[in-house]
Design a protein around this ligand. Structure first.
Ligand SMILES: C[S@@+](CC[C@H](N)C(=O)[O-])C[C@H]1O[C@@H](n2cnc3c(N)ncnc32)[C@H](O)[C@@H]1O
Length: 253
């Protein structure tokens, strides 16, 4: 009887792990999983209990549906990257990529800047939006091997004409940017986020967005969290789609 109970507990544990891994869009990356789900985050202000909603995953799920052949081709490349290229690339989970596309397409930016290209997974999600809005992406990567792989992925997804990949240290390279930014996506060295913010916030247009990946208690730099949660000219919300958390900051008009 005792043995049956132990087996049942182990089976349920394994099942819930498998479901959680599927929600991440592939194999679970331990470094991407939040260490704590509940409780106060640095800089966070908790609302009343009734505001918190139900903890855990949403009740419904959905998958990307291509509206035409071009989208089909891009989604097929993303699917291939998600399944076969993830190892060592630290790319955003599937749902975070979908979220980037959704936000980007809805604000129809002309200029998007991404810090941390890796093999181009999140960049291609951004491009899925930008190809419809007529916008352009500039993305920065310090690692030559990853930059080369990203270039190949941009070409096979057919988005290379709307992406400029700058190879080099983004802390230095971004100082050459002069034009306004509609959306900034930070996904490189976590301890560098504050420097990127200080260098690029003046270029982000009023009404523009700054999205920061890996905003969880284990990975986020408290100095960055403080900067985006204590400046009255900014409005910041943290979202977690079952991945590692995104800080969404609006530069108020
Ligand atoms: C988390 S990965 C980016 C994943 C990518 N955004 C995606 O979802 O496909 C972070 C990347 O930032 C790059 N990186 C780290 N420090 C950098 C720097 N100072 N300048 C440019 N790239 C940097 C790393 O080489 C790595 O490829």
């Amino acid at each position: 009887m005792k043995r049956t109970a132990v087996t049942l507990v182990l089976t349920l544990g394994l099942l819930s792990w498998v479901v959680s891994a599927q929600d991440q869009g592939g194999r679970p990356d331990r470094s991407e999983r939040p260490r704590q789900r509940e409780g106060r985050r640095p800089g966070g202000v908790e609302g009343p209990p009734g505001d918190r909603g139900r903890a855990g995953q949403p009740d419904f799920s959905s998958s990307p549906l291509p509206k035409d052949d071009a989208e089909k081709k891009i989604l097929a490349v993303l699917d291939d990257m998600n399944r076969n290229e993830r190892g060592g690339m630290m790319s955003v989970p599937l749902n975070d990529g979908r979220y980037l596309r959704l936000l980007t397409e809805s604000i129809a930016p002309k200029r998007v800047v991404e810090i941390g290209t890796s093999h181009g997974y999140s960049a291609i999600w951004l491009c899925l939006a930008l190809r419809s809005t007529g916008g352009k992406l500039t993305t920065y990567e310090v690692d030559a091997g990853r930059a080369a792989l990203a270039r190949k992925n941009f070409a096979r997804a057919g988005v290379d004409s709307i992406v400029t990949l700058v190879e080099g240290d983004a802390h230095k390279e971004v100082t050459k940017l002069k034009e306004p930014i509609d959306l900034l996506f930070l996904d490189a060295d976590k301890e560098g986020y504050l420097d990127y913010l200080e260098k690029l916030l003046p270029l982000v247009r009023a009404g523009g967005l700054i999205l920061a990946h890996n905003m969880n208690a284990r990975q986020a730099d408290p100095a960055y969290v403080k900067a985006i949660t204590t400046n009255p000219k900014l409005e910041t919300l943290f979202v977690n789609l079952g991945g590692s958390g995104i800080g969404m900051t609006l530069k108020k008009r």
